[in-house]
Design a protein around this ligand. Structure first.
Ligand code: ATP
Ligand code: MG
Length: 372
């Protein structure tokens, strides 16, 4: 396993002019040896491009990549000793499941006894033990993908294992199982794993560190908890969470925060108050989980009009619009979503309720960036 240092940018164009010409903006990052990472972001944000730069399938147009301090920028995937698992199964149909799993080891001259031991172990982890002697051609897509995963995991000498949306073809309940399996495997073998996905649940359950990408940029790297509690950018606040973070347009006026024409004076760290005052306009970010029904007399509560309340099973999802209490009347109605408890069952569309929006979880954003 290896520590992987990146200091690179990539453009698929021969003569890039502007930021738009870059699939990856300049990025400096270190994947620690033995860490489990996810690259998370919407379609087209550059996840595969980054993964392929790491594996050596793609040479970055700018910068360098090193493994344990050794420059591998020009090295092939074989020389980098990387295992990569793709979105769709890559296996040999004419071989048995066992032969498929053994192939990466036999190819490297590993002894027969070791091959047997290792294949047995990986097959057991992936529930393939009973299928070892079956021909791979007859298997369903998800079983084939399990073999692909196994082929990635079977070698112990790799620098890292890269996964590019490996669970796409797997059905939902098995997906959940395999994700847990991968996590167990990581704990057992301490492999450096880098896992690409656009599914936040997959990323957050699998990885210790998630690198969130947007349009070629790494916008935040952090644990699931950090991404949830302190999104450094509104993009992350919105992308992570179900539903994402609410953002209320705020103004600083006469020593208070004004939202939709009403004044609030939450407790703020001096540096935060200063930054909000200097900016004048900003966004107040509140996770749906941290909104609570409050009394209309609560000075920290924001009045909203209920649009609907849906029973999601473990919580109620309340969709509401922020009511403009100011005299301007110009403000657009903004949508606020709350994850509330059983008390939401009594809410009716059209009624006004108060939601307390200010607490220790509340985040403030100036120019889309978190005010520390
Ligand atoms: N071979 C290529 N030649 C030119 N442009 C490319 C090539 N591959 C990707 N791109 C462009 O680079 C950007 C990043 O693409 P990339 O495939 O890395 O995104 P992704 O995050 O993996 O997306 P997805 O979730 O859809 O797989 C996109 O704008 C894409 O159109
Ligand atoms: Mg991709």
């Amino acid at each position: 396993m290896a520590r992987i240092d990146l200091d690179l940018a990539h453009s698929y164009r021969p003569d890039p002019q502007s930021d738009e010409d870059y699939a990856l903006m300049p990025l400096k990052f270190t994947f620690d040896d033995g860490g489990a990472y996810a690259l998370l972001g919407p379609s087209g944000c550059g996840k595969t491009t980054l993964l392929n730069c790491i594996s050596g399938l793609l040479r970055p147009s700018h910068g360098t990549i090193s493994f344990d301090g050794r420059d591998v920028t020009a090295a092939t995937p074989q020389a980098r000793n990387i295992a990569q698992v793709f979105q769709f199964p890559v296996i040999y149909d004419t071989m048995t499941v066992g032969e498929n799993l053994a192939f990466p080891l036999r190819n490297r001259g590993v002894s027969a006894a070791q091959v047997k031991e290792r294949v047995g172990r990986v097959a057991e982890m992936l529930d393939l033990s009973s299928a070892l002697d079956r021909r791979a051609s007859g298997l369903a897509a998800d079983a084939k993908q399990k073999i692909s995963l196994g082929r990635g995991l079977v070698r112990q000498d790799v620098s890292a294992i890269l996964f590019d949306e490996p669970l796409t073809v797997i059905d939902p309940h098995l997906k959940w199982q395999l994700r847990r399996k991968l996590k167990e495997i990581h704990h057992e073998f301490r492999l450096t794993l880098i896992y690409v996905t656009h599914d936040q649940t997959e990323a957050l359950t699998f990885a210790e560190q998630v690198l969130v990408m947007s349009r070629g940029k790494a916008v935040q790297v952090g644990s699931a908890d950090a991404l949830f509690e302190r999104p450094e950018h509104t993009f992350v606040g919105n992308f992570i969470g179900s539903p994402g973070m609410n953002f209320l347009a705020g103004h600083w006026r006469d020593g208070a925060i004004e939202i939709a024409g009403r004044r609030y004076m939450p407790e703020l760290a001096p540096a935060t108050a200063q930054a909000l005052q200097a900016a004048g306009t900003f966004k107040v970010g509140v996770r749906p989980e941290y909104l609570r029904l409050a009394a209309s007399t609560d000075p920290q509560a924001v009045p909203v009009r209920v649009e609907r309340a849906q029973d999601i099973g473990t919580y109620w999802l309340v969709t509401a619009t922020l009511r403009d209490g100011g005299d301007s009347g110009a403000g657009e109605a903004s949508i606020v979503r709350g994850r509330l408890g059983a008390e939401a069952a009594a809410l009716r569309a059209g009624e006004t309720v108060w939601l307390s929006a200010f607490n220790r979880h509340t985040c403030y954003y100036v120019n889309e960036e978190l005010v520390a």
